[in-house]
Design a protein around this ligand. Structure first.
Ligand code: HMG
Length: 388
């Protein structure tokens, strides 16, 4: 039985920062951000959007009443969770009106956790082929104003429906994975922003990719020529290219050009949204599928997942017949076109806004945010969510 992703969608908040304007405000050559880092815009979440609301908004377009009735597992993968104890998936379960007899859990391992979520969902569907599993990756990447990490921030979520006989892509059960306890990027419990050893993190990303690729090719006896395209976790769009560069010369020039073209297509959404941590690899996958015109049923795609700390995984999936009918290209394009550009002073002011931590009542100005699901305030340490 084939198991895989039946359909997938993303959500990013209604605001963005232009990277040229940000560079100018920081007195940096804009080419460093747009070429050196490879980002044009960066999604920004107002207080009314947290990891829970973004995750629920990402799933909204995706689910028919039949899907909702068949979902008995929802996994929320995030490193921007709102509670040390209660899973964000429990709120999402309510906001989406999912069936009572479902499991709702939260997974964490930096940007890697949605990949673990997909594997758990795959095993669940293998045991219950008539059921569907919803896997959400949702995050707000925050490094702080005027920090080296600032141009690699972003905000957004992906939602993926895992089913038997998927209509988009099927997993090939060839996953390889690894763990090494390193301190390249982390966020202590008391901190709103990540701590990062930037250059070291980029070196570790490439090191983990090389190790995974060597392990994968040895295990499967496949080579780069067996793949139509590779998708990468994209903390910024130059990063995946650094990993791809380590193996690209193993194929002829024509194949190299094809792979590089698909790589560029896989970065289009991330260029406008930035790093969304857990959802980033899958945003890249959507970007590839929704911008390409040449992939066909049977195309093999490689996926590289990396979560700082660090855990990495490489696996492949095969496109199935009719996959193009499963995409939400128009809705995604529209969503990006509707966003409002924040001036740098507006962005800085919104960046500094925080929710109360002392249990006091707090209301968020709802008019700013037209999203169907949003955070409207806090009361007695509880987040108050509304769903239209
Ligand atoms: P930096 O020190 O400001 O930048 O930090 P740089 O000096 O290394 O320059 C960046 C690139 O711009 C370089 O290109 C420069 O040459 C180029 P490269 O050598 O890398 O190819 N450049 C220019 N290009 C054109 N015109 C110019 C110009 N000037 C310079 N005028 C860094 C960059 C990414 C380290 C920083 O932004 C950062 O710390 N970001 C956060 C960490 C990060 O994203 N790490 C990625 C790997 S770890 C990961 O993926 C996991 C993560 O997603 C978290 C998780 O798992 O949860 C982060």
């Amino acid at each position: 039985m084939k198991i895989g992703i039946d359909k997938m969608s993303f959500y990013t908040p209604a605001f963005y920062v232009d990277m040229v304007e940000l560079a100018e405000a920081r007195e940096i050559d804009p080419n460093k951000f747009t070429i050196g880092i490879g980002q044009d815009q960066m999604g920004f979440a107002p207080l009314s959007q947290d990891a829970v609301t973004m995750g629920a908004n990402a799933a909204l377009n995706l689910l028919t009443p039949e899907d909702i009735a068949a979902i008995d597992l929802v996994i929320f993968a995030s490193e921007s969770g709102i509670d040390h104890s209660k899973a964000g998936a429990v709120y999402i379960h309510r906001l989406l009106g999912l069936p009572k007899h479902a499991r709702a859990i939260e997974f964490k391992e930096a940007c890697y956790a949605a990949t673990a979520g997909l594997s758990y969902a795959q095993n669940h569907v293998a045991a219950h082929p008539d059921k569907k599993a919803l896997v959400i990756g949702s995050d707000i990447a925050r490094y702080g104003l005027s920090t080296p990490g600032e141009p690699t921030q972003g905000a957004g979520a992906v939602a993926m429906l895992v089913t038997a006989n998927p209509r988009c892509l099927a997993f090939n059960n060839d996953n390889v994975y690894m763990t090494e306890d390193i301190m390249d990027f982390w966020r202590p419990l008391y901190s709103e922003t990540a701590v990062v050893q930037g250059k070291y993190s980029t070196e570790q990303y490439v090191h983990f990719f090389e190790e995974m690729w060597a392990t994968y090719t040895e295990k499967t006896r496949l080579s780069l020529a067996d793949f139509e395209a590779l998708c990468f976790h994209l903390p910024y769009t130059k990063m995946g290219k650094k990993a791809l560069d380590t193996i690209i010369t193993t194929v002829d020039e024509e194949k190299q050009a094809e792979l590089l073209n698909y790589y560029q297509l896989s970065t289009k959404y991330s260029r406008q949204i930035g790093n969304i941590y857990t959802g980033s690899l899958y945003l890249g996958l959507m970007s590839l599928l929704e911008h390409q015109t040449t992939l066909t049923e049977g195309s093999r795609l490689g996926l590289f997942s990396y979560g700082s700390g660090a855990v990495a995984e490489f696996f492949s999936a095969t496109l199935v017949e009719g996959f193009a009918n499963q995409l939400y290209t128009a809705a995604h394009t529209e969503q990006l076109a509707q966003r409002k550009r924040l001036s740098i002073p507006e962005y800085e002011e919104l960046f500094k806004a925080t929710l109360p931590t002392d249990g006091s009542d707090y209301s968020i100005d709802e008019k700013l945010d037209q999203a169907p699901i949003k955070l409207v305030g806090m009361k007695e340490h509880m987040r108050l969510y509304t769903a239209k």
